[in-house]
Design a protein around this ligand. Structure first.
Ligand SMILES: [Zn+2]
Ligand SMILES: [Zn+2]
Length: 241
């Protein structure tokens, strides 16, 4: 059978097999990189949520998660769709470090589904702002993964985005292999607001690919708040447990 031009195009974008286990599956949906078996291994972030960072609180009767109790976060609240473990960890790694930019569709869909499932009020935001990369890192990688997610969300929810208000003013070591304390020191003074009058009074949703200690998002939020942003929240496809 001759495929339509559109299907042919999608085949170019997406490999014909599951990106993780490599099986060919006819059950795979279009624009979907995973077979149903792999898809089932991705775990949603479920309530009870930490009211500050949305980390799952487990059965312990705590008002906030350990990280938020230890360090006050500068963002007002955060939403994370899934748990950063197993296959999702691999997917995000491929998205970030292996040029698999088509995974932006799938990772954005996780956030969209999470927003609908929990009836989160995304319409309250005036602006979406991706966590920026330092220019040398951006040149090496060729793209900012957080900007790719931001653009997809902007299209879906019809909220404008700006990737030039919040800028990275100092190169930072990748946070991946740093301890909790080192992450906070590493990211200190990493961001600046280019035109503070553009964020003043705005409700801003920061977009990043992952929430770990919250150090990056909190530091960026602090910058936005100091420039007069009204509300600053964070949205990511994944959070560490
Ligand atoms: Zn698979
Ligand atoms: Zn928390």
């Amino acid at each position: 059978m001759i495929k339509s031009l559109f299907e042919g195009f999608l085949d170019l974008v997406y490999p014909p097999h599951c990106i993780l286990c490599k099986t060919n599956s006819s059950a795979r949906l279009p624009r979907h990189p995973l077979c149903p078996q792999c898809q089932h291994q991705i775990s949603w972030n479920t309530p009870p949520f930490c009211p500050k960072c949305s980390r799952h609180l487990g059965s312990a009767q705590r008002a906030r998660c350990r990280d938020c109790q230890q360090t006050p976060m500068h963002f007002d609240f955060a939403w994370s769709a899934c748990l950063y473990q197993d296959l999702l960890r691999t997917l995000i790694h491929k998205f970030k470090y292996e040029q698999k930019t088509y995974l932006r569709f799938f990772l954005t869909q996780l956030m969209i589904d999470f927003i609908h499932r929990h009836e989160l009020d995304i319409a309250q935001f005036d602006l979406l702002v991706p966590i920026p990369l330092f220019p040398t890192r951006l040149r090496e990688r060729g793209y900012n993964q957080s900007l790719l997610l931001t653009q997809q969300l902007s299209k879906t929810f019809n909220i404008p985005y700006a990737d030039h208000h919040l800028i990275r003013v100092r190169p930072t070591e990748t946070q991946t292999h740093l301890s909790r304390k080192e992450r906070w020191t590493n990211i200190e003074h990493a961001f600046k607001i280019k035109a503070p009058w553009k964020v003043r009074g705005q409700s801003i949703l920061i977009i990043d690919d992952l929430m770990t200690t919250g150090a990056t998002a909190s530091t960026a939020a602090q910058c936005l708040k100091q420039s007069g942003a009204k509300t600053v929240a964070v949205l990511t496809p994944a959070i560490t447990l």
